[in-house]
Design a protein around this ligand. Sequence first.
Ligand SMILES: *[C@@H]1O[C@H](CO)[C@@H](O)[C@H](O)[C@H]1NC(C)=O
Ligand SMILES: *[C@@H]1O[C@H](CO)[C@@H](O)[C@H](O)[C@H]1NC(C)=O
Ligand SMILES: *[C@@H]1O[C@H](CO)[C@@H](O)[C@H](O)[C@H]1NC(C)=O
Ligand SMILES: *[C@@H]1O[C@H](CO)[C@@H](O)[C@H](O)[C@H]1NC(C)=O
Ligand SMILES: *[C@@H]1O[C@H](CO)[C@@H](O)[C@H](O)[C@H]1NC(C)=O
Ligand SMILES: *[C@@H]1O[C@H](CO)[C@@H](O)[C@H](O)[C@H]1NC(C)=O
Ligand SMILES: *[C@@H]1O[C@H](CO)[C@@H](O)[C@H](O)[C@H]1NC(C)=O
Length: 368
Amino acid sequence: MKFFLLFITFIHLCILVSSTPKGSNLYQRPSCSISDPFPIVFKEEYKGDINFLVIGDWGQHGPGTGQTPVADAMKTWADKNHTTFVLNLGDSFYQTSNASTTNVTDQVDHEGVLSKDDPKWKSYWLDVYGGQLKNVRWFSVAGNHDWYSNVAAEVDYFWDNDSRFFLPSLYYVRKVTFGKDISAVFIHIDTDPFYYNYTAYTRENNLKATLQEFNLYTYDQITARLNWIEQQLIDNQDADWLFVVGHHPLVGDCGLENTAQSYLMYLIPPVLAKHNASGYFNGHTHELSYMAPSSSSGVAYFGSGAGGATLGAGCANPTWSAPFTFGFLSISIPEDGKILSFEFVKANSTDTDPSVIYSGTINSRKCS
Ligand SMILES: *[C@@H]1O[C@H](CO)[C@@H](O)[C@H](O)[C@H]1NC(C)=O
Ligand SMILES: *[C@@H]1O[C@H](CO)[C@@H](O)[C@H](O)[C@H]1NC(C)=O
Ligand SMILES: *[C@@H]1O[C@H](CO)[C@@H](O)[C@H](O)[C@H]1NC(C)=O
Ligand SMILES: *[C@@H]1O[C@H](CO)[C@@H](O)[C@H](O)[C@H]1NC(C)=O
Ligand SMILES: *[C@@H]1O[C@H](CO)[C@@H](O)[C@H](O)[C@H]1NC(C)=O
Ligand SMILES: *[C@@H]1O[C@H](CO)[C@@H](O)[C@H](O)[C@H]1NC(C)=O
Ligand SMILES: *[C@@H]1O[C@H](CO)[C@@H](O)[C@H](O)[C@H]1NC(C)=O
């Protein structure tokens, strides 16, 4: 296993409360709201290269879903390749039945988790992903299904139970250094307020109520988060790699204005392109997909939303996509930090021998 060290810098933008760390958590919970960007940058150091797996929309649990085949294939892959960490793109917990409304009074079958005590932590996550996947952190963002019941409970679980499910806040930044003094910065964002037009929204009332509770529903509140994202990109222009991680898609036409349902998502790609982000990761569309950098944008868009559910309808006009295919994405950057290799891995059966169905490379921001 790789040398792993995670520590924090104390740049306080809001007051850190003094509390005894619980569980395996090394950090102190600030008094900020979960919708305030986390006030410190998390720093990680790894020796050698980094290999990480990217998975979204995996909390579709039970027979007939893709969760188990994907989990088994990921375990095989992670054990063999010494996976450094997982990027979890959200929709970590669905409800099992196909009921179309959120039933937060149903203790057994509900969207998301109801609390940090929810048995779904064990049945949907801890009991499913084994081997090396248990040794590493899952750097997470929330998806809409996480919001439907109690998104704050996922943040509570990080603080009070198990910091491997890494979600200190809905918005946070990690600075990873590895290999020959290479830096990769990950800006983890909650795209739910960017994706759902609060004013027009009538369904899934709990999402609407929760966006309101966390002050993420007015245009000004949402664009304040966009300004924060832009500031993080500006502050990290010296990074070799600069990634943004969210739940909702920006691949192909999904990044354009006036695509169905996407509300303010179209504000994000110009900011990523302007500051030469290396890549954006999303789930939500239940397929594997990719959009390559172009002459107008140096950003690579990676869709990995097939960790448990799969569908045929994704974003139009990607460079590549694999509908109706369960799987995950593997990324590796060698210690010289120059070229990232990615592999989309199909895991459509209980056969634990995963197969690569699409692969490619992108260059570091410093040698493009
Ligand atoms: C990871 O392991 C699989 C086999 O389990 C192999 O095919 C693949 O090339 C490896 N990928 C990396 C990036 O090492
Ligand atoms: C989904 O719900 C509908 C209506 O309740 C039912 O007819 C259908 O069989 C359900 N499908 C599955 C896969 O459970
Ligand atoms: C929600 O779940 C509870 C407990 O299972 C059940 O009694 C109730 O009828 C459900 N409500 C809806 C609207 O499905
Ligand atoms: C999380 O920790 C609390 C105590 O803080 C405990 O009651 C609860 O059972 C834990 N949750 C899980 C899923 O283990
Ligand atoms: C959001 O919904 C409202 C009400 O339907 C509508 O007037 C507005 O144009 C929508 N905004 C966007 C950006 O789609
Ligand atoms: C950002 O990319 C543009 C073109 O894609 C390039 O002209 C510019 O030099 C880049 N800036 C940095 C800081 O790398
Ligand atoms: C993957 O599995 C799903 C569900 O069993 C199936 O509908 C689909 O055709 C399979 N896709 C491939 C590419 O094998």
